[in-house]
Design a protein around this ligand. Structure first.
Ligand code: FUB
Ligand code: ZN
Length: 650
């Protein structure tokens, strides 16, 4: 199998007009703030295992995972910049975690303090293996990026214990996690330690999943008074909520809880990578194709319904009710990145870019400490407030919050942003890929020789990219630059000489094979006009509508910039878009202005048979990722498309 290797964060330094500010906020505001929240809510102290039986201090079955994600984020930050204060905090947290490890290696706050008798009895709901997975990911990242071994040693002991509990051998449990995560973590642990049993256990978990009778049914039989932690509504039909409805090798479509699903698919791709099992790659390809053909928002969100936070039927992508959990988009990035390593196909990087610049960037406020859990494509604040009042909920997942009871998304954003450097380039012995256009410098070894790429761009607002190649001695190598799916016209020059792209674009990459000499200069110029995107008729909630896109960015309308009732705005035939530089709070951006029509409803009554009249209005659109930073406001991505290309006369 021809496969790519990741480029480590340590080798990439980012200095970018779009990203640097965000990454600084991530390091200086988000990560310290999340530490405080983990402290304040008891998530860190829970590892002290001093629960006294009262509601106070009682840990929760997912809490360990939040601390794990936070530590992982810190590890990536420390790879790029030293930060003594942060490192000290992380080391202190690791000390507390290490002290919580049981003599047999077990390490879980809830099932040590609160329900020790129920260890491994409810894999379906109890998140024990999920929490273990996040601690493993954190320990691997901490070792790789700081060189410190303590956490990794603790975690290897825990993983060894898990290997002694689960597996095909006689006397071991034949179960697997209700919430996948451990599988991809075990592959990471195998890669860093070289210890094969971790990979074998990941493979075992994947191969066991969905075999009949489903393990979770055995759990219910085993415990007479089994009461699932999560309401049984998730399980009425089958085990698709947990992706256990079929053996993994027979799965062809993305099903169930979207985060669980994409963590699982990421692990299947990892195993395909490690074992070179092409049939597992086919499973992943089919599922990924199902997502992009049927189940993804134009903003890169997935898992469209809040009913079980899951994938639903093809094309069911509601706007106001969109669930589109932040973690699900992040998991989709993980899955797509792995698919890219296996295929070198730009479609995967295109989806990473769509999810990253729209749903994920938009899920955190400019302040760095307010987060969307659910990412709607249409907003109606009064309705949200009304729903909240009568649903008896504390907050809405579709309104940015500083923290959540289930706070999986905030630290997931922190770790993804902190690891951004690892998504820009990838490498193989034959080719160096540039995937994301982010101003940065990378140094990679090719045939024992250092090659540095110095990339400069104002992406995502401008399609011009400059890459300078630095080599000590001339080097025969291939550099591949992605031509994003959104780009319909691009031009390329090397050292000022135009190169025709027609014969050198393969699977979405311009393939440049030559003898590179020091300071060779590649210039890629991608046209980035404003375009209107329409949806396949199966996306019923976007019927007759269009979304505004410029480069990788999807735009939206907000009430604060436009008059009320955004749903009455109609994009006219021959619409002309004007791109205007501006700012939203501290963020420099580009607005899109255009003249449009709006329905003029002159009747005073709720319904009327009068002819519909239109009035001219000026409309302003902002990038979707900047929404909801100025006030609660009406918001809309899909706008009525009034371009009359059809002859509608009967
Ligand atoms: O169950 C743990 C996390 O909480 C999941 O990954 C999220 O989707 C939320 O359900
Ligand atoms: Zn989440």
């Amino acid at each position: 199998m021809n496969k790519l290797q990741p480029v480590y964060i340590k080798n990439v330094s980012i200095k970018d007009s779009f990203w640097s500010g965000r990454l600084d906020i991530n390091q200086d505001v988000t990560i310290p703030y999340q530490y405080q929240m983990c402290r304040k809510t008891g998530r860190i102290d829970a590892f002290k295992l001093d629960w006294n039986g009262t509601a106070a201090k009682k840990t929760h079955i997912f809490w360990d995972s939040d601390v794990g994600k936070w530590l992982e984020a810190v590890a990536y930050v420390l790879a790029c910049k030293s930060d003594n204060l942060l490192e000290k905090k992380a080391d202190a947290v690791i000390d507390i975690i290490a002290a919580a490890q049981q003599t047999d290696g077990y390490l879980n706050t809830y099932f040590t303090s609160v329900e020790p008798e129920n260890r491994w009895t409810n894999l379906r709901d109890n998140h024990e293996l999920y929490c273990a997975g996040h601690l493993i990911e954190a320990a691997v990242a901490y070792f790789e990026n700081t060189g410190k071994e303590k956490f990794l040693k603790v975690i290897c002991r825990y993983a060894d214990y898990i290997c002694s509990v689960f597996g095909p051998e006689k006397g071991k449990l034949k179960g697997y996690a209700g919430h996948p995560e451990i599988e991809l973590a075990l592959v990471k642990l195998y890669r860093v330690s070289g210890c094969k049993k971790y990979l074998s256990l990941a493979v075992y978990f994947i191969e066991q999943r969905g075999n009949k009778p489903v393990w979770f049914e055995k759990e219910i039989e085993a415990v007479q008074d089994f009461t699932g932690t999560i309401s049984d509504k998730h399980y009425t039909a089958d085990y698709s909520y947990n992706q256990a409805h079929l053996p993994v090798r027979l799965q062809k479509t993305a099903e169930g809880h979207a985060v669980r699903a994409c963590y699982l698919y990421s692990a299947i791709a990892d195993i395909a990578y490690e074992t070179e099992d092409k049939s597992l790659l086919t499973v992943c390809t089919n599922i990924w194709n199902d997502i992009v053909s049927n189940k993804v928002y134009v903003t890169g969100g997935i898992g469209s319904t809040d009913y079980s936070e899951r994938f639903t039927i093809d094309g069911d992508l509601p706007n106001y009710e969109a669930f589109s959990e932040t973690c699900a988009s992040i998991a989709l990035v993980f899955f797509s990145q792995r698919m890219f390593y296996l295929t070198m196909d730009s479609r995967y990087a295109d989806l990473i870019e769509r999810a990253l610049y729209n749903t994920i960037c938009g899920s955190v406020g400019i302040d760095g400490k307010s987060f969307f859990y659910a990412n709607a494509l249409e907003e109606w604040p009064e309705k949200r407030k009304y729903q909240l009042k009568y649903q008896g909920k504390k907050y809405s997942h579709s309104v940015r919050q500083q923290w959540y009871d289930t706070s999986c998304c905030p630290p997931n954003i922190a770790r993804l942003f902190a690891s951004l450097g690892s998504y820009i380039y990838s490498n193989s012995p034959y080719m160096l890929f540039v995937n994301l256009y982010i101003s940065s410098k990378v140094t990679i070894k090719v045939d024992g020789q250092d090659v540095t790429l110095n990339l400069k761009t104002k992406y995502p607002y401008d399609g011009r990219v400059s890459v300078k190649v630095e080599v000590a001695v001339p080097l025969n190598h291939t550099i591949a630059l992605r031509i994003p799916g959104w780009c319909s016209r691009a031009e390329l020059k090397i050292n000022g000489r135009k190169i025709s792209l027609s014969k050198i674009v393969k699977k979405g990459y311009v393939i440049l094979k030559r003898m590179w000499v020091n300071y060779d200069h590649i210039e890629l110029n991608m046209d980035m006009p404003v375009v209107l995107v329409t949806a396949h008729p199966k996306v019923v909630q976007a019927a007759g509508k269009a979304a505004i896109q410029k480069g990788p960015l999807i735009y939206c309308l907000e009430g604060i910039d436009n008059s009320r009732f955004l749903n009455d705005i109609v994009i006219p035939e021959g619409v002309v878009f004007k791109v205007v530089k501006g700012k939203i709070i501290s963020q420099k951006t580009q607005f899109i202005h255009f003249n449009a029509y709006k329905r003029l409803y002159s009747s005073g009554s709720l319904y009327s048979t009068c002819d519909v009249k239109l009035k001219k209005v000026k409309v302003k659109a902002i990038p979707y990722y900047l929404r909801a930073n100025r006030s609660d406001s009406e918001m809309l991505v899909w706008i009525n498309d009034g371009r009359t290309k059809y002859n509608t006369k009967l």
